[in-house]
Ligand binder design. Sequence first.
Ligand code: HEM
Length: 583
Amino acid sequence: MSSLSPLLDSTTVGISLAIAVTGLVAISKWKGSRSLPYPPGPPPDPIIGNARAMATDELASVFADWGKKYGDVNYATLIGQPYIVLNSYQAARDLLEKRSGIYSNRPPMVMLSEMMGWGEVLMHQELGPRFRKHRRIVQEILSTKHISQYAQIQRKEAYSTLVDLGNTPDDLIKHLKRILLDGVFTAAGTILNITYGYTVKDCDDPLVLLADECMTATMGAIGLGSLLCDLIPALKHWPTWAPFSGFKKHTVYTRSLVERFYHEPFQWLKTRMAEGAVKQCITVDLMETMRTQSGPHRPSETIDSTDILHISSALYAAASETTAAVLEAFFLALLHHPEVFSKMQEEIDQKTGKERLVDFDDRDSLPYFECVMREVLRWGCPAPLGAPHQLTENDIYKGYSMPKDATVMFNVFAMTRNEELYPEPEKFMPERFWGKLDTEAARQVNAVFGFGRRVCPGKAFAEASIFFVMSNIVASMDFTKAVDEAGVPITPPVEFTKTLVRYVNGTGVVGKPYLSNLLDTSYRSSSSCNTVLKRRGFSSSKQTSSTTKLVHDSSFWPTWVFAHIVSECNTMSRRILTFFPRT
Ligand code: HEM
């Protein structure tokens, strides 16, 4: 005992000292942060704080104006809740990335997470063991190493769109409007296929419509009402029979959709599995992980069917709307810039010799295309305010106090409109990146995918999908503007929605309450539907309706498409063949 006591003593003393020093540092940081001012920002009103300024659907622009007036880091409050707004890439990197240990929580969102049920998916999960487990698994699934496995599926999705177009030439425009221009469709098709092995059949596909309804209902509720619920959580107990219960009824309705969104694709897959018809997909891989309990999760963690349900839903929810918004912006930009389209075609034709479609590994040798992609992401800015983070400790930044529990918003819209890096930022100019793809300007476009520990794990996958879909459409289509009744070409206005996900105005799900009810009558009466795409070298007088005829009638397809399909048929697995044209 006596021989141990000096050791014990020195250990005890060491631990005590460490605790004391840590405590002192924490206290001095806390005291320091308390004695320092908050970052500059607009003057608040009594009690409500900056609610008047923040009760707008133009929040990204309002924040950008604050940035210009008060500096790139701003402080505001909303009924006592502190908000920190980061209007520059540098500030976002300094805090969300370099100090990601304390800037990576999600703020509690009572309406969205608790009342509607979205809290189960990674995007809205607060830090904790479940978040860590899901994040690790999702990162692994979507890592560059793994996404090559999904290349086949993406290839199939894009080529099938082209085949669809050729399969019903008399219906070409309808097809284009309903399938190709509807980015939601292409994006949802890819992600549903990869996640659940589910093949989307047409625009009336029940799972796509369900996702649409779900997102519409969710976004319809986001605004001051949801903020009030976040600030006064007791509102979640508001009875549906009481006055002013509209918000509550809406959340009950949305929750039922969210539950269906979680369960229906999974149920579909389980039924297929019971029938013995299983395709390789993420959910099946996850089920295998659950069976063997071996995978990217830690040995101490178990993965159960609820994890699988929510991980798969997390991917579908996070991927389809954002990717769709990018594709929509791409079409809108090209309608206004036919010269960009011609240059892209020229570059692609040079690469492929017009003898084949574009493949994933062509990307590195299509630099102009890369510039267009950067510009579409920057200009289209699919998620102008990213997703909110939450600060979990008091902090000090550039002499300002950053209070614990503050909601931290990063303004991607302001970052992608930084005039020093992007002169005339509202202009769509891919040339701004020409020869500069390794510069800060090109790098900072990555802000659209967020920062730090919460950075979008689907970035590589999203870019690969977007590249693949866009390049093959350009490779196989010509664009011209539609004409009105008087034969005058229609130029759609450059307008975007002011929602969390920024769609081309008139598309997307917002503003179309319950899209499925409107589908037959006013489906996508959007500006971007004013496009006519003509398949290059395509003769509309020839029509085919069977797979065999299509594949064997080389005059129907330009030779290079034909050759490619045949070679794809030969190299891809049988299930891909079955995907070819429907009668
Ligand atoms: C162009 C398309 C996309 C854009 C612009 C985008 C953007 C974002 C942004 C801004 C965030 C929040 C980042 C942060 O809080 O710092 C995010 C999170 C996320 N994204 Fe994406 N995303 C895209 C596509 C995808 C795809 C294709 C997938 C999956 C296949 C995906 C899966 C996720 C997930 C699971 C999260 C939540 C991560 C977390 O909270 O830890 N995203 N995305």
